[in-house]
Design a protein around this ligand. Structure first.
Ligand SMILES: [Ca+2]
Ligand SMILES: [Ca+2]
Length: 183
């Protein structure tokens, strides 16, 4: 049996005075999957996040990280020319899709893109944790298992990266929701 749903109760406007959201029934009996999906890289505002590209084959390789498909200026961020891209002092402007073009003796290869989220509970990446994010979260909560095919790719609602979306994630979500703004 699965969780049967949520009671969402939001009685005041978003001024921080009063709001509550609570699951009304819990029956989280599903087994946890053995392997974890990779969580989406996330950072608190002002934090640091890294992406690593792995290449198979014979070195030497050259690396060029891209942001939303545009090569990152390696004069501004030298790590964009290495296997590990590091972004410091993360801000809303850094929320983007990142991939890496790896060149070597063979054909260049491009890694699968990874998305940087500014704050984990900001599920629609608009720098606010609000009701739209709550709806996304509830949908994932009702799916529960990150391995479920109907779960959004990367299982972004799994805020503590334990491969299920449950009450522990809800606690993280509520804190972010109360904070509202990601920076
Ligand atoms: Ca949001
Ligand atoms: Ca979780």
């Amino acid at each position: 049996m699965r969780g049967v749903g949520w009671l969402a109760c939001r009685t005041k406007p978003r001024n921080g005075t009063e709001s509550s959201v609570a699951p009304v029934h819990q029956d989280r009996t599903k087994q946890r999957p053995a392997s974890r999906p990779s969580p989406i890289p996330t950072s608190a505002p002002g934090g640091t996040v890294s992406f690593t590209a792995a290449a198979n084959g014979t070195p030497p390789f050259t690396y060029q990280w891209r942001r939303n498909g545009v090569p990152i200026d390696t004069a501004l961020n030298p790590s964009a020319a290495t296997a590990t891209l590091t972004i410091t002092n993360v801000r809303a402007k850094d929320v983007a899709s990142y991939d890496c073009v790896i060149d070597g003796p063979c054909e260049p290869a491009t890694t699968a893109p990874a998305t940087l989220a500014l704050c984990p509970a900001d599920l629609d990446c608009n720098t606010l944790v609000d009701d739209e994010d709550f709806q996304i979260f509830v949908a994932a909560y009702n799916i529960l298992d990150c391995a479920d095919p109907s779960m959004p790719a990367g299982c972004p609602s799994d805020l503590n990266a334990d491969a299920i979306v449950d009450d522990l994630d809800f606690q993280v979500f509520v804190l972010a929701y109360k904070a509202l703004v990601c920076e």
